[in-house]
Write a protein that binds this ligand. Structure first.
Ligand code: HMG
Ligand code: MG
Length: 293
């Protein structure tokens, strides 16, 4: 069982307040002691697109690397890979989406264009002996295109695998998936790809993040992305709220006897370091009225 803590990247990319670099570093260092296996520490994307993470190199230079923890980062292109290698990342995470509209808005290219862009990045990362994750965004729903067909997700996964990606992270970008949809997709995916190469990445917009984690876990998945305190969201996915909270995932899996090995007290202390800097950025969902209370 592995938790990939994505708060420092998915969480902070969506914050309106400027978080000082030294606070990010303290936050990541505190997360390193909680028992999570991997921390997505920042993103080497264009600072024009995501200014919140324009200090990725300084963050990587400042953290105290704890043995056994994998410190990864998002990389969108070869330029990002060069920056990531220089910063001594342990793992590279590429990202594309099933939805063409979301890809245009998020990475300014088509799905085919993104795969073409990734091929030299995967080869370059492997030359550096860095493992590569491939995010498959909008794997269930898209804010612009609605429901996504599972068969289309499989085609994207195949494209990433053909290129040599080591792991995929199947992502519910706008947090709208339901447990049945998760099970259905995994029933199709698991015969093609072992569970050890699949991570699940749930956002919690509709409050189904934990139920979705448990559905995936019951199918044999053991790697879950989550963010301490439920921070997160994508600036290019309107209505999407934070990732499923690491605390909730750990508590739910612990209760069911899974050996997660994450210390909730330490996690809460790590989240607490950010609290003074966070602005409440919750935006209304496309059909938020149905959920208002
Ligand atoms: P573009 O504008 O088409 O590309 O962006 P460009 O090559 O014309 O570059 C624009 C500017 O950025 C240029 O600078 C480049 O040099 C620079 P200028 O000449 O204008 O001064 N640039 C870079 N700078 C630093 N590092 C780089 C880099 N690349 C270009 N790597 C691009 C294309 C892909 C770069 C852009 O669209 C981008 O960076 N997008 C990232 C958006 C993003 O980070 N979104 C959030 C993460 S995805 C997510 O949250 C989903 C996920 O959580 C899973 C899920 O929940 O679904 C992963
Ligand atoms: Mg995300």
């Amino acid at each position: 069982m592995k938790i990939v803590e994505v708060g420092p990247r998915d969480g902070l990319q969506n914050e309106t307040a400027r978080i000082p670099t030294e606070v990010k570093i303290a936050y990541i260092d505190a997360l390193s002691g909680t028992g999570v296996g991997e921390i997505e520490a920042s993103a080497f994307v264009s600072p024009r697109w995501v200014p919140q993470l324009d200090d990725a190199a300084a963050v990587f230079a400042g953290i105290a690397r704890r043995k056994g923890i994998v410190y990864s980062a998002l990389v969108p292109n070869e330029r990002g890979l060069a920056r990531a290698v220089e910063a001594r990342v342990d793992k590279v995470a590429l990202f594309t989406a099933v939805s063409e509209t979301f890809n245009r808005k998020n990475i300014n290219t088509s799905l085919a264009g993104s795969l073409k862009r990734f091929a030299p990045v995967v080869a370059g990362a492997h030359r550096e002996r860095l493992p590569v994750r491939g995010y498959v965004s909008t794997a269930f729903w898209c804010a612009f295109e609605g429901r996504i067909a599972p068969e289309a997700v499989l085609r994207v996964v195949d494209g990433l695998m053909d290129m040599g990606v080591d792991e995929v992270s199947i992502s519910d970008t706008i947090g709208k998936a339901a447990p049945d949809e998760v099970r259905r997709l995994l029933e199709l995916l698991l015969p093609r790809l072992p569970a050890a190469r699949i991570a699940m990445h749930f956002h919690d917009t509709y409050g189904r993040g934990v139920a979705n984690v448990l559905a995936a876990w019951s199918c044999g998945i053991g790697t879950f992305d989550a963010s301490a305190g439920g921070l997160g969201g994508c600036p290019y996915a309107p209505g999407a709220s934070g990732n499923v909270a690491t605390e909730d995932v750990v508590a739910a899996l612990d209760e069911r006897g899974a050996e997660v090995g994450v210390d909730l007290e330490k996690l809460s202390r790590a989240s607490g370091l950010l609290a003074p800097y966070l602005v409440d950025t919750r935006r209304s969902m496309p059909d938020a009225d149905a959920h208002a209370c």
